[in-house]
Write a protein that binds this ligand. Structure first.
Ligand SMILES: Cc1ncc(COP(=O)(O)O)c(C=O)c1O
Length: 366
């Protein structure tokens, strides 16, 4: 006997998305149509249009994560509706962000004692992180100049001409002159000697890049630290360094643990890193950490108490999702610090912290 089913309910058939009038009539492009449409039709119309986008898994454009394990996708989906800023409602999410800040601070050798807390925040990406770090430098410099009765209206920042556009945004939005070290043929990162020549009494910081956007190269932060320290000593300044480790912050500690680029260098006062690049989380998370709380002027921190207790915030946006923070914590506890070498006979490839399996033979290690 052949068992078949038929659609017995005609209205169901009429609601079939592709056969419906909703799929045939065009929607106005730039204004809302008068009437609602069924959810199936709305979803299908958008899905169809999105087919013309590229495939994220084939996108290497901005070094941003496009695949996470299904377990983490599940965590992300189950926290999509949590507004991170409601910290009293979601104290565990706040705790997870604090753990991430502490893990990153320690990864970058912030001088924090065993029972002390590292200073930092999660952001939407490195750009927001850089805005916050730049603001802290500007405010500190202004406060010092005011106290010395000196002009404080012409702050500048020294970078290589290879900086990512977010530094230009910072300079323009927050009225800081950007003094760029020119690149020369065959040398596409900031030359520390030339950078130090550009430093003057109005320099709020020198920004070095660990993982230049153009080539991936690391700038020589150690040499920069030495040269600025010398100039600071000679003239009596205290010009600090920020490291833009958007890409390199989650590479260098694992692959080049002896490379000194972070808080081991005394003039490095703040570091940003993109969680959504080699922190292996989908787009929407970055981090900024400071050497200590003295580097973060208190008047930049807002204290909100909408929902009960005092919650300090230092971010540009107020509301934001929690999923990316939870996903970052997942990657930290999931992968840990270890750099494992593939153990498959004959495979020469080293498994990086960054991938869940061997990059050469595909062996899945955990
Ligand atoms: C060196 C550097 N800094 C900052 C950024 C901005 O990062 P985000 O996209 O996380 O805002 C990038 C992005 O490519 C970068 O390469």
């Amino acid at each position: 006997m052949v068992v078949t089913t038929t659609i017995s309910d005609p209205p169901e058939l009429l609601r079939s998305t592709f056969a419906s009038r909703y799929a045939r009539a065009s929607l106005p492009r730039y204004k809302m149509q008068e009437q609602p449409i069924p959810k199936e039709a709305a979803c299908q119309i958008i899905k169809d249009e999105l087919m013309l986008d590229g495939n994220p898994r084939l996108n290497l454009a901005s070094f941003v994560t496009t695949w996470m394990e299904p377990e983490c996708d599940h965590l992300i989906m189950s926290s999509l509706n949590k507004n991170y800023v409601d910290m009293d409602e979601y104290p565990v999410t706040t705790e997870l962000q604090n753990r991430c800040v502490n893990m990153i601070g320690r990864l970058f050798h912030a001088p924090v004692g065993q029972d002390e807390k590292a200073i930092g925040v999660s952001t939407v990406g490195s750009s927001e992180a850089i805005m916050l770090a730049g603001l802290a430098f500007k405010r500190k410099w202004q406060a010092k100049r005011k106290a010395e009765n000196k002009p404080y209206d012409k702050p500048n920042i020294v970078t290589g001409a290879n900086v990512q556009v977010c530094w230009e945004k910072f300079a323009r939005y927050f009225e800081v002159e950007l003094k760029e070290v020119k690149l020369t043929e065959g040398y596409y990162i900031m030359d520390p000697v030339k950078a130090v020549e550009l430093v003057d009494e109005n320099t709020i910081c020198v920004a070095a890049i660990l993982g230049s956007t153009l080539t991936g190269e690391f700038e020589d932060v150690k040499l920069l630290n030495e040269l600025i320290a010398k100039k600071n000593k000679e003239i009596g300044w205290d010009t600090p360094i920020h490291v833009d480790a958007a890409s390199g912050g989650f590479i260098a500690p694992f692959l080049y643990p002896d490379l000194q680029w972070d808080f081991r260098l005394p003039l490095v006062k703040s570091i940003n890193v993109s969680g959504h690049k080699y922190g292996l989380v989908y787009a929407g998370v970055g981090w900024v950490v400071w050497r200590g709380k003295e580097e973060l002027p208190e008047d930049l921190i807002f204290h909100i108490n909408y929902l009960g207790s005092d919650q300090p915030t230092f971010t540009l946006n107020f509301s934001k999702g929690s999923s990316q923070i939870i996903a970052q914590y997942y990657q930290f506890i999931r992968l840990g610090f270890e750099v494992v070498v593939c153990d498959k006979a004959g495979c020469w490839w080293q498994r990086l912290w960054l991938v869940a399996g061997c990059g050469s033979c595909g062996r899945y290690l955990y």
